[in-house]
Design a protein around this ligand. Structure first.
Ligand code: FAD
Length: 246
């Protein structure tokens, strides 16, 4: 299994990432760390972004590698989430891990472009199957309600249907060869709002006593952070779609 993209050593400000990959013969040697790495506990490989040229402009000094997780110099530390789960995430520390130069993806300095392509896809709901998951949970919640449904559930049902239709439109556009680029940020914001509405509905129907529904609510809070925070998506929409500048 390949873990998520490792934006090592930085969060929102990816261009200033601090993890380094230093060329030594036909290998690169990695030093740095990354917290919140999805599935690092089960990954055999991960996609690593690291700085290969500290003198280049920030965006141009980053390269991408596919690196084995099974080697000395890599430590995976589990993290405990608020819902009690200790798998699924970890902090990954690199202390002299190596990767063959042949496992660089693209050319030196092309890591930024690759990362932007990856997050562009990551932010589109159409490719992630989230919409179906939200719809399934809303139907399950509706099945548990006897009498009047709470307002939160009605709102979640409306939003879920809206996202389903939006995803269908996006898929049609993709079939027509349309590439979305920064519009993925609109999708990510939409997806976040819907997941958090569904999370509120789960809490309204199950209360804090139902562990599965409480977990659905708690997990929904992470959606506005993972894959780039809601504030960063708004910055992208303002700057790259609406053309607003400071
Ligand atoms: C469930 C989950 C899974 C994740 N999986 C992965 C993974 O697989 N791989 C990976 O590399 N990372 C992963 N992450 C990390 C995620 O990408 C980062 O948490 C995220 O990009 C935010 O970075 P940060 O946590 O360092 O927060 P920061 O960047 O420190 O941001 C803190 C706060 O400041 C705000 N902020 C920061 N800069 C600006 C700005 N310029 N304008 C306005 N507001 C700003 C942010 O919106 C946020 O509210 C995951 C995170 C979560 C929660």
């Amino acid at each position: 299994m390949v873990s998520g993209l490792l934006r090592t050593g930085r969060g929102s400000d990816l261009a200033s990432l601090t993890t380094t990959a230093t060329r030594q013969g036909d290998h690169y040697v990695i030093h740095g760390h990354k917290i919140w790495t999805s599935y690092s506990d089960v990954a055999d490989w991960c996609l690593l972004l690291a700085r290969t040229d500290k003198d280049a402009p920030r965006h141009r000094g980053i390269s991408a590698f596919i690196i084995s997780m099974h080697q000395p110099g890599i430590e995976q530390r589990p993290l405990r989430m608020i819902n009690g789960v200790t798998t699924e995430f970890g902090q990954v520390l690199f202390d002299g891990a190596t990767v063959p130069a042949s496992q660089m993806i693209g050319a030196p300095g092309e890591g930024w472009a690759l990362a932007m392509t990856v997050v562009g896809h990551e932010r589109e709901p159409s490719t992630l199957g989230y919409s179906a998951r939200y719809g399934k949970l809303v139907r399950q919640l509706a099945g548990r309600v006897h009498g009047d449904a709470p307002e939160e559930l009605a709102w979640a049902a409306v939003q879920t249907e809206m996202l389903r239709l939006h995803v269908r439109r996006r898929l049609s556009e993709q079939l027509d060869g349309v590439s979305h680029g920064p519009e993925g940020s609109l999708d990510k914001l939409l997806m976040t709002w819907v997941e958090q509405s569904v999370g509120h509905a789960a809490l309204a129907v199950g209360g804090a006593d139902d562990p599965d529904l409480l977990s659905a609510y708690l997990y929904s809070r992470a959606q506005s952070v993972m894959g780039g925070t809601a504030q960063i998506q708004k910055n992208i929409i303002a700057g790259r779609i609406l053309g607003l500048t400071e």
